[in-house]
Design a protein around this ligand. Sequence first.
Ligand SMILES: NC(=O)c1ccc[n+]([C@@H]2O[C@H](COP(=O)([O-])OP(=O)(O)OC[C@H]3O[C@@H](n4cnc5c(N)ncnc54)[C@H](O)[C@@H]3O)[C@@H](O)[C@H]2O)c1
Length: 281
Amino acid sequence: MIVAVIGAGTIGLSWARLFASYGMTVRVSDPRPDLAEAVADIPGDVQIAASVADAVRGADVVQENGPESLEFKKDLFTTLVRLAPAHALLLSSSSAIPSSAFTEDIEDASRILIGHPFNPPHVLPLVEVVPGRRTSEESVQAAVAFYRSVGRTPVVERKEIPGFVGNRLQSALSREAIFLVEQGVVTPEDLDAVVMNSLGIRWAATGPFLASHLGGGPGGYRHLMEHIGASMREIDLGEPSTDPEPLIEAVERAYGAATYEELTETRDRRQQAVMSALEQN
Ligand SMILES: NC(=O)c1ccc[n+]([C@@H]2O[C@H](COP(=O)([O-])OP(=O)(O)OC[C@H]3O[C@@H](n4cnc5c(N)ncnc54)[C@H](O)[C@@H]3O)[C@@H](O)[C@H]2O)c1
């Protein structure tokens, strides 16, 4: 299996690591001058492609991870349809832009769809598989099979919406987190501690709906909604301010002393530990 990884930033490098760890041949294309250095520590068959055309030659799957820009994705997918083998699946890691928005001028969009991971995709299992209006069902099933073959958990979402599901949930929580810090209720690191010691652990095991159903005791979700639910609905959620600078400075004060490598190594190890614990229970 040959996989072309187009765009080797945070997400592309992580996909490359995952695909290579499953014995796939990975061809990486990115104009960044330090590309060779960036892929040097990835074990397996990872090749540097001289161009997008070189990367997709003979590819079975293309995973696109370029900038989150409508124009970029329009141009790139027009090129991919022309250059990639006719059987190749054309998948985009897009975080928010649905594929119908960047394929409207492409004659045959049947094999183009979103395969949106959560960072880092070589550790976190979810991939949101989102077909566009003209994606074929065969491509949806092929994408699901491909992501399962590399140990991921694909979830198919049948209606396009900006941000898909995961990032919409994340945005709702982030919005309130920013408001609480801006109001001086908590510091960024204390807000992180609240989530890491409660909701994060809870949601790794159950998800919000099952958690609520269990929160209602033997009476289940109905009991929760009829009793605590009413007071929860009365909480007035706040509006974050429009100046992000003080918040950025507060986050940098909290975490800026450690390097990216130190923080990601700890993150990956802790996430693996939660997942290992869940697999054993
Ligand atoms: N960072 C995240 O948490 C995250 C999570 C899921 C999905 N995504 C999505 O994945 C995609 C990539 O995000 P990222 O965070 O890795 O961005 P990034 O900025 O780290 O990487 C983008 C890469 O694209 C490269 N690039 C620019 N022009 C190119 C071209 N013509 N051909 C090939 N590569 C080119 C850049 O050099 C850069 O290395 C975006 O669509 C983003 O929304 C990001």
